[in-house]
Design a protein around this ligand. Sequence first.
Ligand code: MG
Length: 203
Amino acid sequence: MKIICIGRNYGAHAKELNNEIPTEPVIFMKPKSAVLLPDKPLYYPEFTDDLHYECELIVKIGKNGKYIQEKFAHKYYSEISVGIDFTARDLQEKQKKKGLPWEIAKAFDGSAAIGRFVPVTEGMDLQKLHFQLKKNDELVQDGHTADMMFPVNKIIAYVSQFFTLNIGDLIFTGTPSGVGPVTVQDKLECYLEGEKLTEVNIR
Ligand code: MG
């Protein structure tokens, strides 16, 4: 199982981090050991002083495929969720400056928090979904999938040129604006269409 993540998929977030608007999706991966199951706590890693949350829509692959055409991409998933792409922002900035890979900043244990998966129902449009992150009961990210620069089916087509997608793989589809730091004792809650799918307490 692998976790494929899209960076800079929302213009407003790319701008808040002073990143260029990409012409092709920015891809990175996390290993299976990064998964943080729903409602499990995250222990603040000792290697960072600037741990950030990034709330994202997650798509779970339900069928194996390679070179998937965009028009058929919808056949390759049947469950979605919302989770958090935890990022050691200080390490990421350091790596970015040197042009080095991001894994130590993005792929550490617990960095891929997933919510409960819900079925993609008939007629559901993945580009018309509202998702939110609350930090200590305050709304800090309020995203709409219509604002993605690369919609889910386009991401699947793009990614599957390089990597065979297997059943159970997860795609983190990028974060809207409003990312920010967390501290020990913070409570983070992820919502999809008003339904809470996970709560991560920082310990
Ligand atoms: Mg992200």
